[in-house]
Design a protein around this ligand. Structure first.
Ligand code: PMP
Length: 360
C-alpha cells in the first residue's frame, strides 16, 4: 500500500506506534466532522446514532478481519492490557482453583504477579533461566491437571520473542496479544480468550480489545464490580459507561484498513518479509551485531539486537535518528537496539534500516 511518508519520520517506537497513514488522514477529517454530521467523533454522544454506527461497524469489521467465530464476544474496554492482568483471574480463577501461567518475561511476569494477588498461580514455564530468550514448546511446560486456564503472552515486546504456535493447556487458553494482535491469523480453536491493548497494532492508547468465548462468561462471579466483570460488559455491549469513543472509532478504521490490505494472511506475509529484511541485515553484519532472541522465537514485530557495547549501541541509535529513523533504543531492561515494525510500519522503512545496518 502506498505510504505518503513525506514530512513524517520513520517511527520504530514500541508503542504507541506507527498507525496506517490513510487511517490518520481519515481520522483528521472525522475529528472535525464525521459522516457529514457537522459534529466531530470526539463530540458525539455515545448513545447517538452516529456513534452507534461506529461501534456496530467496528465489531462487525473486527469479526471479519479476525475470522472470529459466532460463539465469541467482542469487547472494547479500558484500563490497558494491565487491567486485563487483574480482570482475567478475578473472573476466571475461582477459590481453590489454580491457573497456569507461562512466564516469557516482563509482561507475562507482571500478569503472574497480578494474578497471584487474586488466587493460586502455577508458573508452568519459567523463562528466566535462559534470560527469556525464547518462547517454550509444549514439551517445556509443566501443567497443572485441570487448571482454571492457561495464560501466555504471544509476543514479548521488550525482549523481542514471539510464539509461532499457541501453547496447549489443561484448561482454556488465554493470551495477551497486545504486541502482535492481528499481525497474523489467530487459531480460535486453541484460544478461549485473547486481549490486546490498542497502541501497537490497532489504534491509540486507551482502548483494549477483548475477544472471548461466550461459555467462559458463566464463570464470572456475580459480586464483581460491574466494570471488572466480563459478563456485565458483554451484557451492556461495552457501554456500561461512556466508552473510549475515539479509540473505538480509530480501531474500526484500522480494521477496515487491514481488510483493504488483503486481510490477516496478506498482512502476515508482509510482516514476515519486513522482519526478514532486518534480520538478514543483522546476520550480514555479524562482525558487529547479534540478535537478542533465540532464532526459533525471533519476533516479527519487535526486532532486538545489540553490538555488545552500550556506547556503540547508543551511537547507532543517535546516527539512525539523524538519518530520520526514531525510536530505536532498546528497552532499558534489555539495552541494545529494538526496531518495532508493527502492521502499519512501511516495508520501505525496514529496507532503509537494513541498509543503515549494513553501512554502519
Ligand atoms: N502486554 C504487552 C505484551 C505489552 O507490550 C504491554 C505494554 N505495552 C502491556 C501488556 C501493557 O499494556 P498497557 O500499557 O496497555 O496496560
Amino acid at each position: 500500500m502506498p505510504h505518503t511518508t513525506t514530512d513524517r519520520i520513520l517511527n520504530f517506537s514500541a508503542g504507541p506506534a506507527t498507525l496506517p497513514e490513510p487511517v490518520l488522514m481519515k481520522a483528521r477529517e472525522a475529528i472535525w466532522n464525521i459522516d457529514d454530521s457537522g459534529i466531530g467523533i470526539c463530540e458525539h454522544s455515545h448513545r447517538g446514532k452516529v456513534f452507534d454506527r461506529v461501534i456496530t461497524e467496528a465489531v462487525a469489521d473486527c469479526r471479519e478481519v479476525g475470522g472470529i467465530p459466532d460463539d465469541f464476544e467482542i469487547l472494547f474496554l479500558q484500563g490497558g492490557a494491565t487491567m486485563q492482568f487483574a480482570m482475567v483471574p478475578m473472573n476466571f480463577l475461582p477459590d481453590g482453583g489454580v491457573a497456569d501461567y507461562v512466564d516469557t518475561g516482563t509482561w507475562a511476569s507482571k500478569a503472574i504477579k497480578e494474578a497471584g494477588k487474586v488466587g493460586n498461580v502455577h508458573v508452568a514455564f519459567d523463562g528466566s533461566a535462559t534470560e527469556y530468550d525464547h518462547c517454550p514448546s509444549d514439551d517445556e511446560l509443566s501443567l497443572t491437571d485441570d487448571a482454571a486456564y492457561l495464560h501466555y503472552c504471544s509476543n514479548n515486546t521488550i525482549k523481542g520473542t514471539q510464539f509461532f504456535h499457541a501453547p496447549t493447556g489443561t484448561g482454556p487458553v488465554i493470551a495477551d496479544m497486545s504486541s502482535d494482535m492481528f499481525s497474523k491469523p489467530i487459531d480460535w480453536g486453541r484460544h478461549a480468550m485473547i486481549y490486546a491493548g490498542a497502541q501497537k497494532n490497532l489504534g491509540p492508547a486507551g482502548v483494549v480489545l477483548v475477544i472471548l468465548r461466550r461459555e467462559l462468561l458463566e464463570r464470572c462471579p456475580d459480586d464483581l464490580p460491574l466494570m471488572l466483570s466480563y459478563a456485565a460488559q458483554v451484557e451492556k455491549e461495552s457501554m456500561l459507561n461512556t466508552p473510549p469513543t475515539f479509540g473505538i472509532y480509530l480501531m474500526g478504521q484500522v480494521f477496515k484498513w487491514i481488510l483493504g490490505e488483503g486481510g490477516l494472511s496478506a498482512v502476515a506475509d508482509r510482516n514476515q518479509r519486513k522482519a526478514s529484511v532486518i534480520y538478514d541485515a543483522i546476520a550480514d553484519r555479524d562482525d558487529l551485531f547479534s540478535p537478542i532472541a533465540r532464532e526459533d522465537s525471533r519476533s516479527h514485530m519487535n526486532i532486538t539486537f545489540k553490538t555488545g557495547d552500550a556506547e556503540t549501541d547508543a551511537r547507532f541509535v543517535a546516527e539512525a535518528a539523524e538519518a530520520g529513523m526514531s525510536g530505536l533504543k532498546g528497552h532499558r531492561s534489555v539495552g541494545g537496539i529494538r526496531a518495532s515494525v508493527y502492521n502499519a510500519f512501511p516495508e520501505a522503512g525496514c529496507e532503509r534500516l537494513a541498509a543503515f545496518i549494513r553501512g554502519f
